[in-house]
Design a protein around this ligand. Sequence first.
Ligand SMILES: C[S@@+](CC[C@H](N)C(=O)[O-])C[C@H]1O[C@@H](n2cnc3c(N)ncnc32)[C@H](O)[C@@H]1O
Length: 343
Amino acid sequence: MAGAEQEAVARRLRRQVEECRRLGSPLYAELLGRAATDVEVGGPAWEVLRGQRDEPTFSALGLRLMGAVNRLVLGGEEPEALAGWEELRGVLERRREVLRELVDLPVQTNEVGRSAALLFGFLAVAARTGLPLRTLELGASAGLNSNWDRYRYEVPGFAWGPESLLRLGEWRFSPPREGPKRQGSATVEVASREGCDAAPVDATTEGGRRALLAYVWADQRQRVERLEGALELAAAHPVVVERAPAAAWAADRLAVPAAGVATVVFHSVMIFYLPADERERLLGTIAAAGERATTAAPLAWLRLEGPGELAGLRLTTWPGGEERLLARAGYHGDPVELLEWPA
Ligand SMILES: C[S@@+](CC[C@H](N)C(=O)[O-])C[C@H]1O[C@@H](n2cnc3c(N)ncnc32)[C@H](O)[C@@H]1O
């Protein structure tokens, strides 16, 4: 019979089974479900995860386990580890000690599919201000979404961007019901791009690339390929991501309005990772910077965040402080339901 500790670990794994199924990874849903049962019967999954019961909510034990195994796959050490439960079970048994260490590493993600939604916010700021953009990304991870203007976006009804190493691939796109159809030919100048993260990933190192690839669900080929393309592009166009907490970094960067550019503070799927007091400080900093903004030095706050089944793409612009919901989008960027064309 399973002890209380085993049951708690199994519950943590099962929590991610539903999420993986909903977000399109039947393989991880299956493997995590089997691993949860294996924990309950005291099998090799339990031997790897024993002692892992006290981690905070957001550290997603199931994703750390699968990421740990995927690191062995990507390193060529256990190429079959994610082929099915029997293969995974064998690897959990054989590689117990190394997996116990790897499972402690934090989940590192940088989902470049989110650029498919963020794009419309940047286009809206460029269209409204007519100014080059100075982008400041909070919780940027490796900064791959800061390279949004270097990607090519193309779906039925919309195309934008340069010929690029990275075509974003297919995603479901619904255009606004009202208004003329646009092909999005506008060019946008990015004057500067900077980011911060509490635990940045260096996309120019093999270790950084491996860490990011390891936490993408291995059966989601399009996401894997998209990330590989973005990493290749980042090798030629690295974005500087400073190690700093979002609120303090934003306060520093927004202290003085920047004239001649539209400053865009943006973030995706990060706000709920901030402790409540930091989140409040950040919102206060942005609002205060908004008060200082002028037509010559405007400020925009663009974010793709939950809660909800779909994330909301919201844009607030100063002077004025007008807030708009521009789109709804999936947490990996697909689908994008655009509510208004950038204008
Ligand atoms: C789910 S990831 C999203 C990364 C990226 N924004 C994207 O959309 O791919 C959340 C990120 O927030 C970062 N983060 C968490 N707390 C933070 C904080 N207090 N300040 C800055 N970054 C933080 C994490 O390190 C992680 O890179």
